[in-house]
Design a protein around this ligand. Structure first.
Ligand code: ZN
Ligand code: ZN
Length: 393
């Protein structure tokens, strides 16, 4: 538990008590919640497990008067400075629902359940204290947001156009099931680091300057694990194979990335999970092509059909549609059928673009050949010359 997490987390809310609750009220609230949410009482219920962790964390701080005071002060300090919850509107990296996610899909409305976005403000503090990969080793040991995970899936063209639910099998670090991510051997729990009082940060004065730096005793985590969990060696994380279901929205195009918030690697020691990015590949279709939300199809026709006009039966994503070809339609012309293209996420659909393309016969029988020759004579007699007005004549 580090200072930066304090600012993000509302321990009072986690325990369902007011911020001026007495020690006794906090104790009662915690006992009841811990009993109700205990993983042993809710096997396989990951939501309860998450809540149990949150409640335990909240209690660890609020039940300790010194820590509670420090927590209150930290939150007061940063809430005033615009670092409070919801104070992070700019900066897309921290968007928790996907607004401002640029060209990528935003998760909120794409994925039914379980993708609770929980971006963090960790990086801001990481920056203050030397940052990732720079300076101290603290960032690798304090509670740390899980890494983002990349995955790929290949979809048939029509599934990508209409939207589909695909199973994905992922092997990645996940919260340890033995210790529920705490890193401590079952039956024990991490204790608050006495040197930094659980903040993970100590102050040091040097000359005229005061420095804050990660606590050496707990290596910035704020807690000390005396008996590490043997299954995860105290990290709180295990490699696990997960099967998840990804709902791919309609109209996804080849190479597009979909983000699933919170489905990446588990965070270390109870920190939020990273995100999962799924790159979607779309297999080409034998019949259809795509142009944005428009569906394209090339339909072979005879010369005669273009001259006289006809109605073509053209396939769509759902069935077929009759497309009227007016008399005198030029070869290669594109006929637009409104609303029969790729479904849009905003509702409605793009258009179906039908290209007519003359198929030239190569083995006409005698009767047809004679008829065609007679036709050419009649055409010439009627005054039609395909090369009249042609610059190359
Ligand atoms: Zn463990
Ligand atoms: Zn410490």
């Amino acid at each position: 538990m580090s200072q930066r997490e304090w600012i993000e987390k509302d321990f009072y809310k986690d325990l369902g008590v007011s911020s001026d609750a007495s020690a006794d009220e906090i104790k009662k609230a915690y006992r009841k919640l811990a009993r109700d949410l205990h993983p042993d009482a809710n096997p396989g219920d990951t939501a309860a497990e998450e809540r149990f962790k949150a409640v335990s964390e909240a209690n660890a701080v609020l039940s300790d008067p010194a820590k509670r005071k420090e927590y209150d002060e930290t939150r007061r300090m940063f809430a005033g400075g615009g670092f409070g919850r919801g104070g992070f509107a700019p900066g897309a990296e921290y968007s928790t629902g996907g607004s401002g996610f640029g060209a990528e899909f935003n998760i909120g409305d794409l994925f039914g359940g379980g993708a609770g976005g929980d971006g963090g403000i960790g990086d801001i503090f990481g920056g203050l204290f030397g940052g990732r990969g720079g300076g101290r080793t603290a960032t690798s040991t304090r509670p740390q947001r899980g890494a983002d995970v990349e995955a790929e899936t290949t979809l048939p063209f029509r599934d990508a156009a209409t939207g589909v639910t695909v199973p994905l099998r992922l092997t990645s670090p996940a919260s340890c099931t033995t210790c529920h991510g705490s890193g401590a051997k079952p039956g024990t729990s991490p204790r608050v680091c006495p040197r930094c009082n659980g903040s993970g940060i100590v102050s040091r004065n040097q000359g005229a300057f005061g420095f804050s730096e990660p606590c050496d005793d707990c290596r910035g985590t704020g807690s000390i694990i005396d008996d590490p969990c043997s299954d995860c060696h105290g990290t709180g994380v295990q490699n696990r194979t997960r099967n998840i279901t990804v709902r791919v929205p309609s109209g996804v195009s080849d190479g597009q990335k979909i983000r699933l918030a919170g489905q990446g690697e588990a965070g270390l020691r109870g920190a939020p999970s990273g995100d999962l990015y799924v790159t979607v590949h779309v297999k080409p279709d034998k019949v259809f092509g795509r142009s944005g939300d428009d569906l394209t199809v090339i339909v072979p026709v005879s010369y005669g059909e273009l001259v006289l006009g006809t109605t073509l039966s053209v396939p769509t994503l759902e069935g077929r549609v009759g497309v009227k070809v007016p008399a005198g339609t030029a070869d290669g012309r594109i006929l637009r059928v409104r609303g029969r293209g790729v479904p849009k996420r905003s509702g409605g659909a793009g258009d179906l673009l039908v290209t007519v393309k003359v198929a030239v016969p190569t083995d006409l029988d005698e009767k047809a050949t004679d008829a065609l020759a007679a036709y050419l004579d009649a055409e010439k007699a009627s005054g039609f010359d395909p090369r009249s007005g042609w610059a190359g004549a």
